[in-house]
Design a protein around this ligand. Structure first.
Ligand SMILES: Nc1ncnc2c1ncn2[C@@H]1O[C@H](COP(=O)(O)OP(=O)(O)OP(=O)(O)O)[C@@H](O)[C@H]1O
Length: 262
């Protein structure tokens, strides 16, 4: 039986994370947790440190200090266990161009040690409305279709945590909605989703909680609604409001400033 403490244990715990590139510190004392059944958004201007944070979680870079656990496994001490519990969305260019979609799904399933029968592959493709495309190559799909295939592959081993780096950039509203539904489906089945996005509309629409990161530091963390409520009367927020209604984007710009980052 799961006791209360186990039930409340975060799927992802990032504590006092510092990432350094030579003399430059890209991530400064970043701490946050993502729980089962939660979509958590990491928001920040260009160069804020989002991808560096994600890369540290994936174990792709060695942090200067701090700790990261996935499903209770330390990414540095038990990297295989930690990675077995996380799914990372890959770019379409990472997939073998000569294989068909169903072959790629089978290939990744076998890499993860998942025995996927033909019917299960069909079912996965049906879930993302791509049954007809099973014989196509990845380059023959639209951007939205490629993203859906990529999400299926990243979750093929049923990981507790899914990491998505700007998953909906460049998608049309229909494709974006469909991807949001896939994320929500995953969240509703008790998994944890961590995504980065530049779309405040997306963050408001799908994220249960968000962290705003700027110059490597988390400067705000809460639900989108709570952040709007807390900052709606800040002079810096009021000065950027358009059309009279305070949005998450106004709060984001109020907190991070109007200067364009290089
Ligand atoms: N390999 C690297 N070597 C040196 N500096 C790097 C390296 N990777 C990233 N940086 C720097 O670290 C900072 C954070 O970069 P990072 O890619 O994490 O930001 P980001 O928030 O993901 O930005 P974006 O929204 O533009 O993708 C930036 O100033 C970037 O130039």
């Amino acid at each position: 039986m799961i006791n209360q403490q186990q039930a409340a244990a975060p799927v992802l715990a990032v504590s006092q994370l510092n990432v350094q590139y030579g003399a430059f510190q890209a991530v400064k004392d970043v701490s946050f947790e993502v729980h089962a059944g939660e979509i958590f958004g990491l928001l920040g201007p260009n160069g804020a440190g989002k991808t560096s944070t994600l890369s540290a979680i994936e174990g792709l870079l060695h942090p200067a200090s701090g700790s990261i656990t996935v499903a209770g496994f330390d990414i540095r001490e038990q990297p295989l266990h930690a990675r077995a519990n996380m799914g990372v969305q890959l770019q379409a260019t990472s997939f073998q161009p000569e294989l068909t979609i169903s072959e790629i799904i089978r290939l990744f399933a076998s890499i993860y040690g998942v025995n996927l029968k033909d019917a299960a592959v069909k079912q996965k493709l049906a879930e993302i409305n791509l049954e007809e495309a099973s014989g196509k190559k990845i380059s023959q799909l639209s951007g939205g279709q490629q993203q859906r295939v990529s999400l299926v592959i990243s979750t093929i081993h049923n990981p507790q945590l899914v990491l998505l780096d700007e998953p909906t950039t460049g998608l049309d509203p229909q494709s974006r909605r469909q991807l949001w539904e896939r994320m929500e489906h995953f969240r509703n089945n008790g998994h944890a989703v961590l995504l980065t996005t530049h779309s405040m509309e997306e963050a408001e629409a799908v994220c249960d909680r968000i962290a705003i990161i700027d110059h490597g530091r988390i400067i705000a963390i809460d639900t989108p609604e709570a952040l709007i409520a807390q900052h709606r009367d800040d002079p810096a927020v009021l000065s950027v409001v358009r059309k009279g209604k305070v949005t998450l984007e106004d709060v984001f710009i109020g907190l991070t400033g109007t200067a364009v980052r290089s």
